[in-house]
Write a protein that binds this ligand. Structure first.
Ligand SMILES: [Zn+2]
Length: 371
């Protein structure tokens, strides 16, 4: 995205050193971030994403020495996204990827500390407000980047078209024609997302991006993933350095709020059997999604200060492990206790009642009440 050569992903020029040439690296809205799903705030005012991509707008594929990229015709709003957190359509300029050496790492954003092997970024710009991509790239509301996680699993049919073209752009600085590719084929079926205000994840790290990170990942095969790793950071004349681990680690949240387009699913509550008071949906009991917590200041700052690159053999810094006991864990304990009590009561009540009856006592049968 930049054409600068003074930065990279190695120990000598990697993300922990970028601040020397780009002080904004330590700014207040840097990307990527670790998205902590329980701290994201469900915002019912967020609209569904409206993605309208056309097949005839892709132009070429290239290796810029940092990633592999496909660029698009952006003279009109035919290939654009709107809706979601966006005020107006943003035109697709290019997409590219970030990946690791193994399945353990590669994505830039992480979810609850979990990395994915690869992340796709579709970069769009606000052509309603700015006249060129160059102008938009440095403006606070200039860009909208959609992030899609890739996980290793089934082969992805249309990804083959892309990975089959990689041999033409193996070396840094190479490019090839790449027409009639519709990037919507790379998107998951589900379009639930998180959104927050962030930055470019590569120098010049401008704080100009409205991030839209899709919750659902797509799958590609290990073989397809290996083709990404066969690309090179280097030119044909240089010593070969495989293009891997081209990702920036998560940056401090610094008070930002991550909004979710969806209610939290799979909450920690287990509904107790037979009693309507414990049923899901009962507002007295089921608080999932009803009272989101505000994210606390992210003080981990794990990308700053340390030598991140020295750990780049895919042994990422430890995922966030809050020292305080989570409310979720407490609620689960309470649930378990209630459930055990209920089981014991059901197990012992019947024989006890029978015994009392046999002794001539009058006993009300609670079993018939459904309790
Ligand atoms: Zn990117």
């Amino acid at each position: 995205m930049t054409g600068h050569n003074c930065w990279g992903y190695s120990q000598k020029d990697g993300p922990s050193l970028w601040y020397k040439s780009y002080p904004i690296a330590q700014g207040s809205r840097q990307s990527p971030i670790d998205i902590i799903s329980m701290q994201a705030i469900y915002d019912p005012s967020l609209k569904p994403l409206n993605i309208s991509y056309e097949s005839d707008s892709s132009l070429g594929i290239s290796n810029n020495g940092h990633s592999v990229m496909v660029d698009f015709k952006d003279v009109d709003d035919k290939t654009a996204i709107s809706g979601g957190p966006l005020e107006n359509p943003y035109r697709l300029k290019q997409f590219h990827f970030h990946w690791g050496t193994s399945q353990k790492c590669g994505s830039e954003h992480t979810i609850n500390g979990k990395s994915f092997p690869c992340e796709l970024h579709l970069v769009h710009w606000n052509a309603k407000k700015y006249t060129t991509f160059g102008e938009a790239v440095a403006a606070p509301d200039g860009l909208a980047v959609m992030g899609v996680f890739l996980e290793v699993g089934e082969e992805h049919a249309t990804m083959n078209r892309l990975t089959d073209a990689f041999y033409m752009v193996k070396f840094k600085g190479t490019k090839a024609e790449f027409r009639s590719f519709n990037p919507s084929t790379l998107l998951p079926a589900g379009k639930k997302y998180w959104t927050y205000a962030g930055s470019l994840t590569t120098p010049p790290l401008h704080e100009s991006v409205t991030w839209i990170v899709l919750k659902e990942a797509i799958q590609i095969s290990e073989k397809q993933m290996e083709k990404f790793r066969s690309l090179l950071f280097t030119t044909e004349e240089d010593e070969k350095i495989p293009m891997v681990n081209n990702f920036r680690p998560p940056q401090p949240l610094k008070g930002r709020v991550v909004r979710a387009s969806f209610r939290k699913a799979g909450g920690h509550h287990q509904a107790l059997p037979f009693h309507p008071a414990f049923a899901e949906g009962n507002p007295a009991y089921d608080r999932r999604g009803g009272s989101p917590v505000r994210p606390s200041e992210d003080k981990r700052g794990r990308a700053e200060g340390g030598s991140y690159e020295s750990k780049r053999g895919c042994s990422l810094p430890a995922s966030p492990t809050p020292t305080k006991k989570k409310p979720a864990a407490r609620a689960k304990r309470v649930d378990t206790r209630l459930w055990r009590t209920w089981v014991l009561a059901r197990t012992w009540s019947f024989p006890c009642l029978q015994a009392l009856r046999s002794w001539g006592c009058w006993v009300f049968d609670f079993g018939k009440t459904g309790l």
